[in-house]
Design a protein around this ligand. Sequence first.
Ligand SMILES: Cc1cc2nc3c(=O)[nH]c(=O)nc-3n(C[C@H](O)[C@H](O)[C@H](O)COP(=O)(O)O)c2cc1C
Length: 339
Amino acid sequence: MSQISLPPSLHKNLPLTALAPMQDVTNLWFMKVIAQYGSPDYFFTEYFRVNETSRLSHSILASITENDTGRPVFAQMIGESIPDLVRTAKELCNYNIAGVDLNMGCPAPRIYRKKAGGGLLLSPEKVDRILAELRQAVSDRPLTVKMRIGFDNTDTFYEILDLINRHNIDLLSLHGRTVKDMYHGVVKYDLIAEAVKRVDCPVLANGNIHSATHALSVLAQTGAAGVMVGRWAIGNPWLFHQIRQALRGEAITPVPLVKVRDYIERLWQTPEAPNIPERARVGYLKMFLNYIALSVDAEGQFLRLMRQTQTEVEMFKVCDRFLLTDTTKTLALAPYSGV
Ligand SMILES: Cc1cc2nc3c(=O)[nH]c(=O)nc-3n(C[C@H](O)[C@H](O)[C@H](O)COP(=O)(O)O)c2cc1C
């Protein structure tokens, strides 16, 4: 059994919640924004790239060193070079991190072709060596793993779960899809349930958790210690709060669309905003709006019109039309299907 305790959760009688690491999204500023609507128990950084020449990225480090959300932050690494992973893990331990997390799920071909991220799932023998060395290097705080159920099938799934036990991993975040599934298709919650039974450490169930009700059903189905939410927390930053309400059996507070307009304004006002050309800034905001829009109108009009905009004025005109016209409207508790 694992000897190292995880940071305390916000509400000790409730299952854990975590914001999934998302490159180009879960930076310091986004963590701060999310915290204003109801923090998750744990944050995870975007991944630190690790190779022979890598140095800790200053901007990712800021999400640890300047984090004033009050919630613990796990530092995620991606790579396959054992000496460099060990070096980086030790460097990260000089900062106020909740633990070191290893990415074994990234589906980007440029990553998995180098046998890093999701590519590691093809080589249990390599995973065995990496985890052995990392466990030695990270002996005084949690060492955690985030992975998928396999590369293009589940042939290595149980073997890798056994390695999680052998190396006393402290927390497993499991996305119930294969690397080849990318972000689509059915999430295999039944395999997450298998993992919960097999590993000694707590498991965070991950994949398509889009609403508080769904979070409850995933927890019931998997027996997981908690849920990790990615894209649907972009679409609904109130989701962690709503999950806690649902867990306590309370009614979920509906969010008026006018508050969603405020959230979008916050997203627009990034600290780097003054240095970004308008077109790029609009493009960046659209990445967030792609998720938000799915819970705004069932016909998909907001999504379609928002995507056509090119300037700040056009973008906010569309936002105002859909979010400010009818003050009785609220954000859907789950994204509309078919949008
Ligand atoms: C834009 C984006 C960036 C991501 N970056 C990372 C990452 O840096 N590290 C990681 O482990 N997973 C990353 N993921 C995967 C998510 O953490 C999560 O496992 C996946 O999105 C499934 O959860 P969801 O359905 O709640 O979004 C990323 C996903 C997205 C959509």
